[in-house]
Write a new protein. Structure first.
Length: 95
C-alpha cells in the first residue's frame, strides 16, 4: 500500500495538523516507509507464538480479599452534614 499526496493532506486534516505544501512530500515518504514496515510484519508466521502482556513473566500482586468494617466510621462521617450512629443522614427521596 502506498500513500499519495492527497491522502497525506487528508490525514493531516483529520488529525488537525497544519502541514505546509513543502512538507507533504517528506511526510508522504515517511508514511510510505511506515506502511512498508507494517507490511513486512504481516509476512511473519506467528501461529506458534503465545500472546504476551509482558516480556518478563510476572505474577500479579494481589491483596487478600477480606471483608473488614473499616474500623474508622467516625472519621468517615466526620465531614458529613448530618450523621447519626456512624451513618449518613440523607433526606427522603421516595414517598
Amino acid at each position: 500500500m502506498s500513500v499519495d499526496r492527497s491522502t497525506v493532506v487528508r490525514v493531516a486534516h483529520l488529525a488537525r495538523i497544519r502541514v505546509a505544501d513543502e512538507e507533504v512530500d517528506k511526510l508522504q515518504g515517511e508514511l510510505n516507509s511506515i506502511l512498508g514496515f507494517v507490511e513486512q510484519l504481516s509476512e511473519l508466521d506467528v501461529s506458534d507464538v503465545e500472546p504476551l502482556t509482558s516480556i518478563v513473566p510476572i505474577a500479579m500482586k494481589k491483596r487478600a480479599d477480606v471483608v473488614t468494617d473499616g474500623g474508622i466510621p467516625a472519621k468517615v462521617t466526620a465531614n458529613a452534614p448530618q450523621a447519626e450512629d456512624d451513618f449518613f443522614v440523607v433526606p427522603k427521596v421516595v414517598e
